[in-house]
Design a protein around this ligand. Structure first.
Ligand code: NDP
Length: 321
């Protein structure tokens, strides 16, 4: 007996190029494909504008001699894409079938989208340590974005985990708001660039705790402190606590590839593997741009560059089929 499914009617859209992601790579790709007269749809994902919307001033994106606010830069890119006629949609691609062309993507609302080509530009998301307490105190003291949440910890004591450029940048940002900032660094040095390290050193209210890992968090009313261990696994091992109200993760990012369901070749860290010369992935007609395929440079300008390359690769691919 046939089964009848009730519920919202599902739409089926068709496009020549589906661009997934709205960071510098996605918007740049959309600007290029649209200007090349390729029917394209850009699906923005959960966080329109991507990682740069969570940062402060960007001083290393060429063309802005005095730097530019991350949100403003992304708004400008989005507007530029709209101005050339790009079709931008909000929503999240939940899954995609890459087994044959046209590829079929399913959005969170249940609609499907058929696409002759795909540009994956989904970027990367913040990593967490994997402690149960990070979940327990999510939104109650644990954050992976100092510029989003730092304001809530004005005049309080906070900690930033990590020793890279992001951690240093976040620590400096928080040091303007907070009474004191600890940096919890697992090695005996900072991995960050010399310029960022200097900025950290110049702040009297930043204390770097080297050779230190976090064991857990405590507090009855949100985070009130962290259990730490110094020189873990050595005969100098030492457990101690710090009193903090905010615990900020800045230990890097993980590429957003889950929705691909293992259909594209990834490297050992989960980044999409692309051809050495082009942005082609392991599936013909699927291209990757930006941080999702960049374990090495991970810069906004580099992402925009690969977005441009992916769009040109799509143009060439479509012309050949
Ligand atoms: P990085 O990968 O450079 O640094 C991650 C940091 O987190 C390292 O100190 C690492 O320690 C530490 N870490 C990783 N996992 C753990 C863990 N499980 N426990 C404790 N610590 C951990 O990431 P970033 O996000 O800082 O930077 C990414 C890229 O973006 C870099 O290329 C960076 O230069 C760039 N960037 C540039 C900026 C700028 O130019 N203004 C600003 C921000 C980022 P360890 O060193 O021991 O591995």
């Amino acid at each position: 007996m046939p089964r009848f499914h009730r519920g919202p009617k599902r739409k089926n859209m068709k496009t020549n190029c589906l661009i997934i992601g709205s960071g510098p790579a996605g918007y740049t790709a959309a600007i290029y494909t649209t200007r090349a007269n390729i029917k394209s749809v850009l699906v923005e994902g959960l966080q329109a504008g991507g990682q740069l919307t969570q940062t402060t001033t960007i001083e290393n994106f060429p063309g802005f001699p005095n730097g530019i606010d991350g949100n403003e830069l992304m708004q400008n890119m989005r507007q530029q894409a709209i101005n050339v006629g790009a079709n931008i949609r909000s929503g999240v691609i939940k899954s995609i079938d890459l087994s044959k062309r046209p590829f079929v993507a399913t959005l969170d609302g249940g609609e499907t989208l058929e696409a002759e080509t795909v540009i994956v530009a989904t970027g990367a998301s913040a990593k967490y340590l994997g402690l149960d307490d990070e979940k327990k105190y999510a939104g109650q003291g644990v954050s992976a974005c100092a510029t989003c949440d730092g304001f809530f910890y004005r005049k309080r004591v906070v900690a930033v985990v990590g020793g890279g450029d992001t951690a240093c940048e976040e620590a400096v940002y928080l040091s303007n708001l907070c009474k004191k900032v600890y940096m919890i660094v697992r090695k005996d040095y900072l991995r960050a660039s010399a310029a960022m390290q200097k900025r950290v050193e110049e702040r009297e209210n930043i204390e770097v705790l080297y050779n230190t890992n976090t064991v857990g968090l405590f507090g009855d009313n949100g985070v009130e402190g962290a259990h730490l261990v110094r020189f873990k696994g050595t005969d100098k091992e030492e457990l101690f606590d710090i009193d903090i109200h905010g615990f900020f993760l800045a230990i890097g990012h993980r590429p957003n590839t889950e929705f691909l369901g293992g259909q594209l070749a990834l490297d050992e860290n989960g980044y999409i593997v692309t051809d050495h010369v082009t942005t082609a992935t392991s599936v013909e007609g699927v291209f990757a741009a930006g941080d999702v395929a960049d374990p090495r440079y991970r810069q906004a300008v580099a992402a925009a560059g690969t977005g441009c390359r992916a769009a040109l690769d799509v143009e060439k691919f479509l012309a050949a089929i």
